[in-house]
Design a protein around this ligand. Sequence first.
Ligand code: ADP
Length: 438
Amino acid sequence: MNRLFLRFFVLVMLSITAATVVIYFATAYFFGDPLEQIARKQAAAPIFLLEQYVDKAPVDDWLVRLNKVRQVSDFNFDLLPIKGVEEILEPSRRAALWRGEVVIDIPGRAFYRRVDLHGDRYVGSDTDVIHVTGLPIDVGLALKLEGLRYVIVALALLIPIAFWSRNHWRALQALSQAAEDFGSGKLATRIDMAPNAGVYPLAQCLNQMAERIQGLLEAHRNLLHSVSHELRTPIARIEFGLELLREESLEEAQPQARARFIDLQTDIDELKALVNELLDLTKLEQQRSLPQARFMLDDMLHDSVQAVAPILALREVEIQIAERLGELVGDRRLMTRALGNLLANAAKYGRHKVLLTAKRNADGSFEATVEDDGPGIAHEARQRIFEPFYRLDINTTQPVTGFGLGLAIAKKAITLHGGSILVAESALGGAKFVVAIP
Ligand code: ADP
């Protein structure tokens, strides 16, 4: 809010400065230089004295009056030869001097005027100029006063605008917070706003949109869950049928038929695994809370290594678990699965090495990393790999299995524990998954 106000303040001040410059040039163009007018006002007394007292004297008394003024006034009245003065004046002022006008010299706090306006004042007076110095000209002060006036006007404008925009700002912050919460998966988030708020119609629209998105996502989840659920029965029936077939006639079957039978069995196992993973994911997505059980983090990490031991056995595995990792409250089985999925991926996509580290950070949060020396994950795919069924086209020497659900399940399990997971580049050359739980 403060930054916004500051920017607004700077903008208003810049606009006022620009307006002042425009006003200055417009006034100068139409009515003459405003600075000179200020100076002329400040030098009004000696000008008045010269025009009304000295100039009004009879011709032969002019010099006498000038001397009298010289004696009594605080200003210096000098007579200078016109030639010298012409040299220091710019052409427009020179012309003004010849027209008999008072020519103000602001920096010199002085003015010049020809002596002879109407006939000779004294012998040679037509080649003399009267130069009055020591005038009370102070344009700087006048400018400061003018500046102060503009600043006061700007503040008088800004203060009501600041109050007015504060309410809008707060409402916008509420909108952006709600959008952020909704985006982070809190689908029940809605914006509660007074109907007289300026952005109330927008809040209504966002609430309606959130309602629709939540409905669609729930319908989608329910559909996925129901389909997976419904698939289990026919799969179980096929499995049962295959088992019967194996017992009854596989012994006498041709080797070709036996191979086909084994392929069928593998396909059914894969289908079963897919349906089970889908059911797990949809269940996790519907889950709002966790069992609040305490468990030791190092035990959970060792469990996850054990859970995927057969696939890890294919790689060189390094484990660096810090001492006194402490406990976590939540679902041990779920966390074991999440870490197990990451370890299995590291073994699946890594070439030779898998590294598991775990520690407590200075702020007390728990951090575990799983790294490998595989192809890694390109920047543009780092968000998307956590989406269900998203898979990268990786050329590995091994046939890669999986349905693209492992990371989605891991992410859901970790966020249910209030944590986060991100992927980066490992010093080993492959991917590095960082799990942090506050
Ligand atoms: P999958 O069962 O296909 O491994 P995941 O959800 O676990 O599904 O992973 C999704 C995709 O992310 C994988 O198909 C793979 O392309 C990529 N991926 C996951 N882990 C790694 C890794 N350690 N190195 C490189 N790519 C990975």
